[in-house]
Design a protein around this ligand. Structure first.
Ligand SMILES: [Zn+2]
Length: 308
């Protein structure tokens, strides 16, 4: 009996049933979101193992808490998530599908000794952390950033102040929240690795171990801002003729909004998938030890833009 219960597949089903029931009870997800979370959660548990699972679980739970945080205050200002803050399958897949692919990548690359020697499982893990850190940062920045006391600015034109909730709006509070999210995800990864090294895929060297925190912080910060940028440039946008906000919602202030720009059908789901993928890519680059390149590139970019 115990053998059956400790089989990874059976244990995964039991754990996901319990967590799924809890998430549904707490109104974190609707039925479609529950099914999506079950698929993503079980796959990550079975392929990547407990360490990636805990990291992803932390993200889902903190996203749920963040969304519920002062929900009524956000709702009265039209700044809250739709559907009473319950996440649907679109939200769950938007934030979970790319980490899930990288978790499968951990599993597949761990099957071949040559790939393990070349460090691939760790790179897959780095991609996993990069995408989760980006999505966590984006979620926390938008749920907390709306409480910024000063008006946010548009990422494509930082001189322009815009109403809260505008697509592509950034604030110092939001940036701080993004940084914090990356720090927390990276620290969790580091703690798990230090406590139970065997749980983390192929962390071979101390350098790889200590790259986890800066990797998470940098991907969270850069990925979150890329998300705002993708949103401001590509996402379909509507203007509310009552309050003047630029939003992705087709209704605002109880009236239909007017289409003003972006690619039609390019929704928040696509923006999230894009930034999550970019976060994963960045995670792999950083995991491969190319820090110097990134920091050097950033330095030249700042130097070049401040001299012009
Ligand atoms: Zn409005």
């Amino acid at each position: 009996m115990l053998q059956i219960l400790t089989h990874p597949a059976v244990a995964g089903l039991l754990v996901m049933s319990f967590i799924g029931a809890l998430a549904y009870k707490l109104h974190f997800v609707d039925i479609s979101g529950l099914i999506g979370a079950f698929v993503v959660g079980f796959t990550v548990w079975y392929t990547g193992g407990i360490a990636p699972f805990i990291i992803l679980l932390f993200f889902f739970m903190s996203a749920g808490v963040g969304t519920r945080f002062k929900y009524k205050a956000k709702a009265t200002q039209n700044l809250a998530q739709e559907g009473k803050g319950k996440r649907s399958w679109k939200n769950v897949f938007g934030s979970g599908i790319i980490p899930m692919f990288f978790s499968i990548g951990i599993y597949l690359t761990s099957l071949f000794p040559a790939l393990i020697d070349a460090g691939w499982p760790f790179l897959m893990f780095a991609g996993f952390i990069g995408s989760v850190a980006t999505t966590s940062a984006d979620t926390l920045a938008s749920e907390v950033g709306v409480f910024s006391k000063s008006k946010p600015r548009l990422i494509t034109n930082l001189r322009r102040k815009v109403p809260k909730g505008t697509i592509g709006a950034v604030s110092l509070l939001g940036e701080g929240a993004a940084f914090f999210a990356g720090l927390v995800i990276g620290t969790i990864a580091l703690i798990i690795t230090l406590l139970v090294p065997s749980l983390v895929p192929a962390v071979a060297t101390p350098e790889q171990l200590f790259v986890l925190v800066p990797l998470s912080v940098l991907t969270a910060f850069i990925g979150c801002n890329l998300d705002s940028l993708f949103g401001a440039v590509l996402q379909h946008r509507f203007v509310c003729e009552i309050c003047g906000i630029v939003t992705d919602k087709e209704f605002h202030c109880k009236y239909e909004t007017k289409f003003v720009g972006g690619f039609k059908r390019f929704t928040n789901l696509h923006v999230n998938l894009g930034s999550s993928g970019m976060g994963a890519t960045l995670g792999i680059i950083l995991g491969a030890g190319l820090f110097v390149w990134i920091l050097g590139g950033l330095f030249f970019w700042i130097a070049a833009s401040s001299s012009s």
